[in-house]
Design a protein around this ligand. Structure first.
Ligand code: SF4
Ligand code: SF4
Length: 438
C-alpha cells in the first residue's frame, strides 16, 4: 500500500514494544473516583448533585454550561462524598465530584440505546453531546461541536484518526485490533450525522495488524483505510488532512473550512456505545508504560481513577521516578505527582527514572536550520523564539507564532538543545495578552 505523509516532522524512537502486544485489561474499581468538572475544551460543567447523593453508573452528575461544553457522568455507582478542589492533570487544583464506590457498578436504569434508523442527525448530535463525547486522542474538543458545521461550510469527508504517532502509546492500536466492528459502527453513525459518504481511516504503517483488521472490518461499508508513513506528528489534524487529502487548513482556520471533520478511532467507538447502548463516556483505554514500570499495560479505566491506582495494577515501579507524563512524551503533560485522576483525554501514563532521561545543556544557536525543516507548519522557530525572548510580540505575530501547535519537533531536532517550544508558548501567550489589551 502506498504510504502518504506531510512535509516536515521528526522520527523519535517509537518505544511501543512495551505494550503493543498487551491486550486490553479491565482495570478494577478503586475505592474512590475523583471526577473533575473540567475534562474538555470549553466551559467546565456545573454539578447537579450534592454531597450524600446516591448515583448510578452513567448518571449525569454535572450539566454542560455552554455550546462548547459537555456534561459529566458518574463512572460507577456509589455515594457523592465531596465536591471540592482536587489535583487535576493540568497541575491545578480544580473542582471535582468525589464518589465513594459501592462496588455494585449499577447502570442508570433510564439509559437506553437507540435505533439509529429512526433518529435524524440533530437528534443523534444531541445524544452525542448528552453522552459527554469529546476527542479522545487528547485534544478533548467536544464532538458535537465538530459535528455542527455552519451551513456555509459543507463537509465532504470524514477522516478517522488511527495514527497514534506519539511514542509509547498503544491504546488506539489495541482498540483497532479488539473493537474494529464498534469503530466502524461509530464511523457509520458519524457519516449519518454529517451527511457525508466519504470516510477514510488513517493508520501509521508501524501497525500492519491494525491496518489489516480495520481493512477487513471496513470492506463492506465503503470506508477506505489509508496507510501513512511513520512520522511525528502524523496524527495532528492538519498533518493528517494534508497526508490523506492534500488539502491545507488555512492559518487560524479549522478543518471544516476545507470540508473535513476529523475524529479519533476511540471517539468513534464511544459514539457507537452512546447511540447503540445509551452509555455515556465513563471509561477509556489508557496505556501505562515507560522504562520505569514493572509491567506495561493497556487498561480499560473508569474516568476519575487516581493515577496511583493505575500504577498499582502494573505492579508498581522498578526504581525511583524522575518524570511522570500524562499523554505522550511530545505533547503530554508532566505531572508533579500521581495524585491526579485519569480523565476523558488521558491516552497514556508514562513513567521514567533519572537514568531514562537525557541530561542536556542548552547551547547557542548555530543557524543550522534544522528546526525550520522539522516544523510541520513551516514556521521559523528560531526566529520566533528570538523575538519572544526579547518580548517583541508584534514581530512574533508577523511570523505566525499563533499558528504553532506546540508539537515540539523543533526542540527535538535542535542540536543546541534550545527550548524552542517553550519560547513559542511564551510568544503565543504574549500575543494573546496583547490582543486582550486592544
Ligand atoms: S512546536 Fe511550533 S514551531 Fe516548533 S515545530 Fe511544532 S509547530 Fe513548529
Ligand atoms: S535547530 Fe537549533 S541551532 Fe539549528 S537553527 Fe534552529 S534553533 Fe538554531
Amino acid at each position: 500500500m502506498d504510504k502518504k505523509t506531510f512535509v516536515g516532522g521528526v522520527h523519535p524512537p517509537d518505544c511501543k514494544h512495551y505494550s503493543a502486544a498487551k491486550p486490553i485489561e479491565v482495570c478494577p474499581l478503586p475505592e474512590q473516583l475523583i471526577i473533575p468538572l473540567s475534562q474538555h475544551i470549553g466551559a467546565p460543567a456545573k454539578e447537579i448533585v450534592t454531597v450524600g447523593d446516591q448515583v448510578f453508573k452513567g448518571q449525569t452528575i454535572a450539566n454542560a454550561t455552554a455550546f462548547v461544553s459537555v456534561p459529566i457522568h458518574a463512572a460507577t455507582s456509589g455515594r457523592v462524598m465531596a465536591i471540592e478542589p482536587r489535583p487535576h492533570p493540568s497541575g491545578k487544583l480544580l473542582p471535582a465530584i468525589v464518589i465513594e464506590v459501592d462496588g455494585e457498578d449499577r447502570w442508570d436504569p433510564s439509559l437506553k440505546g437507540l435505533d439509529v434508523a429512526h433518529w435524524n442527525s440533530d437528534e443523534l448530535r444531541q445524544r452525542i453531546k448528552a453522552a459527554g463525547i469529546v476527542g479522545m486522542g487528547g485534544a478533548t474538543f467536544p464532538t458535537h461541536v465538530k459535528l455542527s458545521p455552519p451551513d456555509d461550510k459543507p463537509i465532504d469527508t470524514l477522516i478517522i484518526n488511527g495514527v497514534e504517532c506519539e511514542s509509547y502509546l498503544t491504546a488506539d492500536h489495541r482498540m483497532m485490533l479488539e473493537h474494529s466492528e464498534k469503530i466502524i459502527d461509530g464511523i457509520n453513525i458519524l457519516r449519518r450525522v454529517l451527511g457525508v459518504k466519504q470516510a477514510i481511516i488513517g493508520i501509521e504503517s508501524n501497525k500492519p495488524d491494525a491496518i489489516a483488521c480495520m481493512t477487513k472490518a471496513a470492506a463492506a461499508h465503503d470506508i477506505e483505510v489509508q496507510a501513512l508513513e511513520v512520522k511525528y506528528p502524523q496524527g495532528a489534524e492538519k498533518q493528517l488532512i494534508d497526508a490523506v487529502l492534500k488539502r491545507e487548513v488555512p492559518s487560524g482556520g479549522l478543518p471544516m473550512d476545507i470540508g473535513v471533520v476529523v475524529q479519533n478511532v476511540s471517539t468513534a467507538a464511544a459514539v457507537s456505545d452512546a447511540i447503540r447502548l445509551g452509555h455515556p463516556l465513563v471509561e477509556r483505554v489508557i496505556t501505562i508504560s515507560g522504562p520505569a514500570v514493572v509491567e506495561a499495560k493497556n487498561l480499560l479505566v473508569r474516568i476519575g481513577t487516581p493515577m496511583e491506582f493505575l500504577l498499582q495494577q502494573c505492579d508498581g515501579i522498578k526504581y525511583e521516578l524522575d518524570k511522570i507524563i500524562m499523554g505522550g512524551p511530545m505533547m503530554g503533560q508532566s505531572q508533579l505527582s500521581l495524585a491526579a485522576p485519569a480523565i476523558r483525554g488521558t491516552s497514556g501514563l508514562l513513567l521514567f527514572g533519572h537514568q531514562d532521561l537525557p541530561h542536556i545543556e542548552v547551547g547557542t544557536c548555530i543557524r543550522c536550520g534544522r528546526c525550520v525543516t522539522a516544523c510541520p507548519l513551516h514556521l521559523l522557530p528560531a526566529t520566533i523564539a528570538s523575538y519572544a525572548i526579547l518580548g517583541r510580540f508584534d514581530e512574533a505575530e508577523d511570523y505566525c507564532a499563533h499558528d504553532c501547535m506546540e508539537c515540539g519537533c523543533c526542540t527535538f531536532q535542535c542540536p543546541a538543545n534550545r527550548p524552542l517550544v517553550q519560547n513559542l508558548r511564551y510568544a503565543k501567550a504574549g500575543i494573546l495578552a496583547k490582543q486582550r489589551r486592544t
